[in-house]
Design a protein around this ligand. Structure first.
Ligand code: GLA
Length: 460
């Protein structure tokens, strides 16, 4: 399908969405914890939810903004004769309401999981045909957040926009709205084509398959989300999946990669959903409680960051299709930047399996600017390292060596001394295209052809 056809479908579906989704929630991306990576289907129980709530409180996470405790798949056993979902009686002997009450009494909000299809991904009853019943059931349990998955429904794995999938999600959106309870709605459709429709449907939408290690973080999240910044903003967010910790569990990254994921997710203005709790390491705790990095993610402007410099090979829509699982991670470096209230946040990322040196001209953060935060190319900036928490003074270049395999550094940049002459306006403000051979190439790597801004305009 070419661009024109995609555009027509998008416009048609957008009209069909009607007034859209507006429950007043999600002014910044959601923060919290989700059970899937820790438990999958083993141990999702009232007892373990209480343990998780207690641990979140003990660690002081609610005060940092981690407000949702979300039960993922495997809590539901069947549908009763009245059509109402029945929680697994062995795991939830008193039903779900007392669990929600416990979570609320802990100062947290309560989230639950369902699926738009007939069955969830783990084979539990899905919501198809029961949208109103399930929305009412969740509201009666005082649920604050619903994640709705995409298994066993029409076009689950389709790489093109699906009007059937969107119609199903719309039914559930309307059913939740009709309960009168503000419930955060998180779609889990796994495809980047949801992004243009996202804000009309939900408060967040998954853009790729599950992130379970560094390689899937590249394939399903980083390379995909680089092109979706225009669709995110207060009320609705691209969701590149949960944070993966570095404790000794099946779903894990190295400590360095976990920290890089947290930095990048903050610059990408992504949901911060912790995926490990009871076994969290001290290093991961230090990562997830860095207030300055959290503040980048939660910045009230709500602008999703983007790549402002890279020497990676050309990527286009064709090669970020979800079915193309597990591309090799390219041997290259990227710099991501995000406009925030008082400057920019910037992450320098090394994807290569050797350490690499990058010399980044700081005023290139301006390529991420928007009407909300215009940026004139400046002479120098005050730079702060957000992990060592050191003020580094005024600089023109950030010249650093990045560790191999997902090593990164993260800085806050406050522009100083605007250029008196030859002031270049921010790219969006001026409506100018980013020069096609911008940014410059450094070091090794294939010839630079990437122009991320124009990604969505390419023909399939
Ligand atoms: C899908 C989702 C995961 C998780 C599982 C549960 O794979 O993408 O995040 O919810 O289903 O079965």
């Amino acid at each position: 399908m070419g661009l024109f056809a995609w555009g027509c479908l998008a416009i048609g579906l957008q009209l069909e969405l009607g007034e859209g989704h507006d429950n007043g929630l999600g002014s910044t991306p959601q923060m919290g914890y989700n059970t899937w990576n820790d438990f999958e289907c083993h141990g999702v129980s009232a007892e373990n939810i209480r343990k998780v709530a207690d641990k979140m409180v003990t660690l002081g996470l609610p005060a940092l903004g981690y407000e949702y405790l979300i039960i993922d798949d495997c809590w539901a056993k069947k549908r009763g004769e009245d059509g109402v979902l029945v929680p697994d009686p062995d795991a939830f002997p008193q039903g779900m309401k007392p669990v929600a009450d416990y979570v609320h009494e802990s100062g947290l909000k309560f989230g639950i999981y369902t699926d738009r299809g007939t069955w969830t991904c783990a084979g539990r009853p899905g919501t198809w045909g029961y949208e109103v019943t399930d929305a009412q059931t969740f509201a009666s349990w005082d649920v604050d957040y619903v994640k709705t998955d995409s298994c066993n429904g029409p076009d689950s794995l389709d790489d093109r926009p699906s009007s059937a999938a969107i119609a199903q999600y719309k039914l559930f959106r309307d059913a939740l709205n009709a309960t009168g309870r503000p419930i955060f709605l998180a779609l889990s459709g796994w495809h980047n084509w949801y992004s243009p429709f996202g804000k009309g449907l939900a408060n967040s939408w998954r853009i790729g398959y599950d992130v379970r290690n560094w390689r899937s973080a590249w394939n399903y999240a980083i390379r995909v989300n680089a092109f979706l910044h225009d669709y995110a903003g207060p009320g609705g967010w691209n969701d590149p999946d949960m944070l993966v910790g570095s404790s000794d569990t099946a779903v894990r990254m190295t400590p360095e990669q976990s920290r890089t994921q947290f930095s990048l997710w903050s610059v990408m203005t992504a949901p911060l959903l912790l995926g490990s709790m009871l076994s969290m390491t001290d290093h991961d705790l230090e990562t997830y409680t860095n207030r300055e990095v959290i503040a980048v993610d939660q910045d009230p402007l709500g602008i999703q960051g983007q790549i402002v410099w890279e020497n990676c090979p050309l990527r286009n829509r064709t090669n970020i299709r979800q079915k193309q699982y597990y591309d090799e991670i390219p041997a290259c470096q990227q710099v991501w930047a995000k406009p925030i209230q008082d400057g920019f946040a910037v992450v320098l990322l090394n994807l290569e399996n050797n350490s690499a040196r990058v010399n980044f001209s700081i005023s290139d953060v301006c390529w991420s600017s928007t009407e909300l935060q215009p940026c004139d190319f400046f002479e120098e900036a005050a730079v702060r390292d957000l992990w060592s928490k050191e003020d580094l003074g005024r600089m023109r270049f950030i010249n650093v060596t990045l560790a191999a395999d997902g090593g990164s550094r993260m800085f806050k940049v406050v522009p100083k001394a605007p250029r008196k002459q030859e002031v270049k306006p921010g790219p969006r403000a001026s409506k100018k295209r980013r020069p096609s051979l911008y940014p410059q190439r450094v070091g090794k790597g294939p010839p630079l052809q990437t122009d991320a801004v124009h990604f969505l305009q390419r023909e399939l």
